[in-house]
Write a protein that binds this ligand. Structure first.
Ligand code: SAM
Length: 276
C-alpha cells in the first residue's frame, strides 16, 4: 500500500490533506521548493513551496478560466503574454484561439517548465508549439521592458510571497497597462475570498485606479484553498459582459462555456461586499 499523507496548510489552523503514492521529483530550485508527486485522487501534482499549483485531474478549470474570459472578450487577440504559468496549462488554452499569432511565456523558474514537461505532458505539451516563445525570466522585469505590445496579458503566478511578491503590486499593474496595446486586457489570479480577502480588496482597488473596466470573477477549483478561486480582469476598452454571441467560436473545453463567461461574474454577497 505504501505512500504517505501530505497536507497543504491553507491557514495556520486549516489545510487540505491528500494521500501521495510517491514522490516523482523533489528539489530546492534557485527560487522555490519544487515537488512533483503522484497522488491517489488527483494524479500527478506540482507543488511549489508546499502549495498545490496544478494536477492532472482538475487543472482544466483554472487554465480555461484564466485564458478564455479575456480571449473571448478581446475581439481579435493576436499577441498574448503569460507571466508565470510554467506548467504550460494556460498556454495550451491560449493556442485554442486561431487569432493568436504569438504566445509568450515568461516564468522565472526553468525547472518548473522542465519537470512539468516530464510529469504533466497533457498540461505542458503545447510549450513547444511554433507560436509559443518560452522565456525564463522575472515577469516583473519583462513587463518593465515592454510597451504597447500585447493584446492580452495573463498573470498565472504563485502567491504573493517569494519570487511572485512583486506581481501583486500597483506598480506591476501600471507596468501591465503600459505593456498592453491601447485596447488591451489583463487577467490575474487573485486567490480566494475566505482566507485572503485583503488581497482581493487591495488588487481590485489598485486595478480600478488604472483600468476603466475592472471586474472580479470566480471558479470552483477543488484543490485550491477554500475551493472558491477569484480572477481580477482589467480592460482598457472591452467589457467582458458585453461580448456579442457571434464572438464565441467553438472551442474544446471541460469547464468554460459562453454562458459561464457571463455567469462567473455573478458574485456571492460576501465577495461582492469585499470589492464594493
Ligand atoms: N495556477 C497556480 C496558482 O494559481 O497558484 C500558478 C501555477 S504556475 C506553476 C506559477 C508560476 O509562477 C511558477 O512556475 C513560478 O515559477 C512562477 N513565478 C513566480 N514568480 C515569478 C516571477 N516574478 N516572474 C515569472 N514567473 C514567476
Amino acid at each position: 500500500m505504501g505512500g504517505f499523507w501530505f497536507t497543504e496548510k491553507q491557514t495556520e489552523n486549516f489545510g487540505i490533506t491528500m494521500k501521495v503514492k510517491k514522490t516523482l521529483h523533489s528539489e530546492q530550485t534557485e527560487f522555490q521548493q519544487l515537488d512533483m508527486v503522484e497522488t491517489e485522487e488527483w494524479g500527478n501534482m506540482l507543488l511549489l513551496d508546499g502549495m498545490v499549483m496544478t494536477n492532472q485531474k482538475d487543472e482544466w478549470v483554472y487554465h480555461e478560466m484564466v485564458a478564455h474570459v479575456p480571449l473571448f472578450t478581446h475581439p481579435n487577440p493576436e499577441n498574448v503574454l503569460v507571466v508565470g504559468g510554467g506548467d504550460g496549462g494556460v498556454i495550451r488554452e491560449v493556442l485554442k484561439h486561431p487569432s493568436v499569432k504569438k504566445a509568450t511565456l515568461v516564468d522565472i523558474d526553468g525547472k518548473v517548465i522542465e519537470y512539468s514537461k516530464k510529469y504533466l505532458p497533457e498540461i505542458a505539451g503545447k510549450l513547444d508549439d511554433p507560436r509559443v516563445d518560452v522565456q525564463v525570466d522575472d515577469g516583473f522585469m519583462h513587463i518593465a521592458k515592454s510597451e504597447n505590445e500585447y493584446d492580452v496579458i495573463m498573470v498565472d503566478s504563485t502567491e504573493p510571497v517569494g519570487p511572485a511578491v512583486n506581481l501583486f503590486s500597483k506598480g506591476f499593474y501600471a507596468g501591465i497597462s503600459k505593456a498592453l496595446k491601447e485596447d488591451g486586457i489583463f487577467v490575474a489570479q487573485t486567490d480566494n475570498p475566505w482566507f485572503t480577502p485583503d488581497l482581493i480588496r487591495q488588487v481590485q482597488k489598485d486595478v480600478k485606479e488604472i483600468f476603466p473596466i475592472t471586474k472580479l470573477y470566480t471558479a470552483n477549483i477543488p484543490t485550491y484553498p477554500s475551493g472558491l478561486w477569484t480572477f481580477t480582469i482589467g480592460s482598457k476598452k472591452y467589457d467582458p459582459l458585453a461580448v456579442e454571441d457571434s464572438r464565441f467560436h467553438d472551442i474544446d473545453t471541460k469547464y468554460y462555456t459562453k454562458e459561464l463567461h457571463k455567469a462567473c461574474f455573478v458574485l456571492p454577497k460576501f465577495v461582492k461586499d469585499l470589492i464594493e
